[in-house]
Every structure is written in C-alpha cells, then in structure tokens.
Design a protein around this ligand. Structure first.
Ligand code: NBP
Length: 476
C-alpha cells in the first residue's frame, strides 16, 4: 500500500498532523530524523489509521504515491533547509514539498524559486492552532502554486477546522503568501493578547478586583461580541488557583512574557512595507519591556500617582468602558494587520483575498473569534475597502465606543496603569480621522535642516524654501 501523504518531523506538531490525516482515512507515511519518534507514534497511535513508518529518507519517499506529497514539520530555519536538501534529490518533477513549519516568508520565497527550477512544487504552509489544532483541525494557510493546491487542497480541507461547514483552509496565494499571512496572524495574536492583558490590568488596578472576579467579567464578555478563544482561555487562566500556594495562578507566574519571533517578524516586515502596525509593535515591545528585569528593578522607585482607585459612577461603568475600549482597539489591531496583508500582497503580487483570510481564521487558529465573521462580511460587501475602520459596522462600533475608549485611556494615564495597546489604537484612529496632521510641521522641519523639499496642499509641484537665505520659495 502506498501513502497518500507523508510527514517528516514527528515532534508535537508533525505527530498530530500525521494522526489527523490518518484519522481522516488518508494512509500516511511517517518519518523522523530520530527513528525512535516514528516507532513511538506507530506504537501508540497505530490503531487510529494507516501509518507507514519509514526509517530512511529513501524508504519514506518510496512509500508515497505520485505525485508525492511530503510534509515537513521540523524546526524552522536551517533544519528546514537541511531536510529539503535531504529529500529534494529523491523526488521527481511534479512532486510537492509542503513546509508546515513557521518559516519566514522570504525563506519560503527563496526555497520555492529554487525548487521550482528543479521541477518541484514547494508549498509554504502556515498552520495555526498549536498541538491540539494540528490533531483536531487547524487553520491552514497554504501558499505555492495553484496547480499544487488542486491536488493538495482536498486533503487539507479534510483535516482543517470547519466553521459553518466551511473548512478553514484556502489557497492564500503564490510562493510565500501562506507563510506571510501566518506571520501576520501571529502578529495580530500578539496584539489581541496585549489588549486582553491591559484590560485585566485595568480591572485589577482601577477597580481592585481579584483575578477570580475578573474571570467572571471575561466570561460575560465571551458570550458577547468579544466571543473568542483568547477571551475564553483568559477566563480560565484567571479563575485558576496555584495548587502549591492556593494563590491566584496569575500571581505566581513570573511577569516576563517571552516570544519566539513571529510577532517581531511581522513588525520588521511592516516597517519595510511602511505599514503602521502600531498595535502589534506595542505588543512586541511590551513583551520585551517585561523581560528587562534589570531596567525594571532600577526604575521601580520612580514616582507614580498615589494608588487611588476608581469610585462612584466612574467605577460603576468602568468594566463596560473597558469592554468598549477593548472592542475598539481590537478593530484597530485587525485593521492594521489586514492593511499589512494587502500591502504585502501588492508588493509581492500575490492577489490575496482578505475576506478569505478572515474566513479561514474563524476556526482552528489562536485568534478564532466570532468577530472574524464581521471582517469577512466587510470585505464581501466591499473587496476594495481602504481600511476596515470605515466599514459600516466597524465605523458604527468605533463611534459608539469612542467616549468610553477615551475615558479608559485617560483613566489609565491618571492611575499610572500602562496601556500602550489601547493608547496606540486610539492614536491610530485619531490619526487617520484627522483633517490635518502635524506631519506638515515635520515635513517643514525636514525642508529646513535638510532641504528635503515639500509639496503644497494648495497646488501641485515640489518646493523648497531658502531657509538660510531670504526665505523665498523655490521650485525643486
Ligand atoms: P520543533 O520545532 O521542536 O522541531 C522538532 C523537530 O525537528 C523534530 O522532529 C526534530 O527531529 C526535527 N529536526 C531538527 Br530540530 N533539526 C533537524 C534536522 N537538521 N534534520 C531533520 N530533522 C530535524 O517541533 P514542533 O514544535 O512540532 O514544530 C514543528 C514546526 O511547526 C516548527 O517549525 C514550528 O515553528 C511550527 N509550529 C509549531 C507550533 C506549536 O504550537 N508547537 C504551532 C504552529 C507551527 P529529532 O526528533 O530527530 O530531533
């Protein structure tokens, strides 16, 4: 018997992905550098479907039906290149290598071009949902050629999460488009998590609520428009007590958030594209600030406001205000992420359909949320939407939230609770809305010290003022 697909790299992700294929009736060849992992998988889960274990690369390739579909689930970076180099010489034109790791999209572009030269399809594929998602249905973001997707797509649709009968997978676009979209997904995930963390912090310090009480607030939110996986797990974490001390679990975890790098990649990529993803950037910077223990220790004694709490009417409406600020800031973070997707799509010629991206993020992945239906609707109504902020639904929600949003940011500043995510989202909103920006002054300064020229609002052309001379205006 031949395998319909093969998975090499059987750590948590690869193992569960292989099981997912097998559970859906696809005979799957399995291989790992260290053969013990292959054996362990078959010993433990062999009853779940048809697994064809292979010890060597040659055996693995021989086990696959043609055109061969070979999924790589190894550590991103050099290990992925090593594995590609190991297998590519054994493959034939028309075969497919699917990289399901968290590769940088520029690496994927490079690999795709090199393998295309050799007649092979390389399908860089973003997979979100972690270990559980890989087993029960992830959100899958494949790039690569449309031709490869034709034969691969139906198998991916089988193993992906589904929402309202629609599988959470689509051919995102050519070469690195899938990994690019997965990267932005992770960036948005960072922003979403940061906004939730700020909401918690505000409720804790503004109202003096204990984590268990805040868990209840999040549970309420989870049954409304904020209904999402991240809000749901937030409530669970906040309600959890540490077994050893009996204290709220969140109070015993060291307050330093780590990162593996996809959020940073998103921001680096956005800087290159000139796209202001300030919400994602603040989320990345907040994690990095949290990790600077030395700086934090040095600064701990700096003066702040006297530890007052909210009272009276301010306190009464505060939880609702925070919900509104969270929703509004979330709209901004997603609008920024989708802007980056559209800018990347234009830069690399990918023709990504943003509505489809929102659709496949509705299930399986970490940012899955009811909210994404709204984004799908927005792009269905208007595929040319300049920014999500101006979609009817979102514009109305932002308008309704703005008073509360401003109160929350102002209150946070007054109480000395850091809310970079909320604050930057509001600044972005006000920045885009503004009739005139002080960028005019910035550009005038640039002309003053560097003769960088300026354009005028009242007529065409490029100008320079002779700042060091008689200050007359010249045409550049
Ligand atoms: P890891 O990222 O921990 O990688 C371990 C696997 O890579 C093992 O199978 C290991 O083989 C193999 N490997 C390494 Br390391 N170097 C190799 C080499 N030079 N040649 C061949 N194989 C090599 O596994 P993971 O956490 O399952 O993640 C797999 C991929 O999926 C990664 O790219 C990750 O970023 C991505 N991803 C992970 C998650 C998640 O939630 N964990 C979610 C989404 C995507 P060995 O057994 O012989 O050491």
């Amino acid at each position: 018997q031949q395998a319909r697909i093969g998975v090499t790299g059987l750590a948590v992700m690869g193992r569960n992905l292989a099981r997912n294929f097998a559970r859906h009736g696809h005979p799957v060849a399995v291989h790992n550098r260290t053969a013990a992992r292959t054996k362990a998988l078959v010993d433990e889960f062999g009853h779940e479907g048809d697994f064809i274990p292979a010890e060597t690369a040659e055996e693995f390739v021989a086990a696959l039906e043609r055109p061969r579909r070979l999924v790589i689930m190894v550590k991103a970076g050099a290990p992925t290149d090593a594995v590609i180099e190991e297998f590519a010489p054994l493959l034939e034109p028309g075969d497919m290598i699917i990289d399901g790791g968290n590769a940088h999209f520029l690496d994927t572009r490079r690999r795709e071009a090199a393998l295309r030269e050799r007649g092979l399809h390389f399908v860089g594929t973003g997979i979100s949902g972690g270990e559980e998602g890989a087993l029960h249905g992830p959100s899958i973001m494949p790039g690569g050629s449309a031709e490869a997707y034709q034969t691969l797509g139906p198998m991916l649709e089988d193993i992906a999460a589904t929402v309202d009968g629609t599988p959470c997978v689509t051919h995102v676009g050519p070469d690195g488009a899938g990994h690019f979209v997965k990267m932005v997904h992770n960036g948005i995930e960072y922003a979403d998590m940061q906004l939730i963390a700020e909401s918690y912090d505000l409720l804790r310090h503004g109202l003096g609520l204990e984590p268990a009480a805040i868990a209840e607030v999040f549970r309420t939110w989870d049954s409304g428009r904020l209904d999402s996986y991240l809000i749901e797990i937030t409530a669970e974490v906040l309600a959890h007590s540490d077994a050893a001390t009996g204290r709220p679990f969140v109070d015993v975890v060291l307050d330093q958030a780590e990162q593996k790098g996809t959020g940073r990649w998103t921001v680096q990529g956005a800087l290159d594209l000139g796209v202001p993803v300030s919400g994602i950037a603040e989320a990345v910077f907040s994690r990095s600030l949290s990790g600077h223990a030395d700086l934090r220790a040095a600064a701990r004694g700096l003066p702040g406001p006297s530890g007052e709490r909210l009272s009276g009417a301010d306190a009464e409406r505060f939880a609702d205000d925070v919900e509104q600020a969270l929703y509004a800031s979330k709209i901004v973070a997603y609008a920024q992420g989708f802007h980056q997707i559209q800018a990347g799509s234009a830069e690399y010629g990918w023709s990504i359909d943003p509505g489809q991206v929102a659709t496949i993020w509705r299930g399986g992945c970490i940012i899955r949320a009811v909210f994404l239906n709204r984004i799908t609707d927005a792009y269905r109504k208007n595929p040319e939407l300049a920014t999500l902020l101006v979609d009817d639904h979102f514009a109305e929600a932002l308008g309704a939230a703005q008073d509360a949003w401003r109160r929350v940011v102002a209150t946070a500043a007054r109480l000395g609770v850091p809310t970079p995510g909320f604050a930057t989202a509001l600044a972005y909103y006000d920045g885009l809305r503004a009739e005139r920006l002080p960028a005019a002054l910035t550009q005038a300064q640039r002309d003053f010290f560097g003769a960088h020229t300026y354009r005028r609002a009242d007529r065409d052309g490029v100008f320079h003022t002779l700042w060091g001379g008689d200050r007359s205006e010249t045409t550049a």
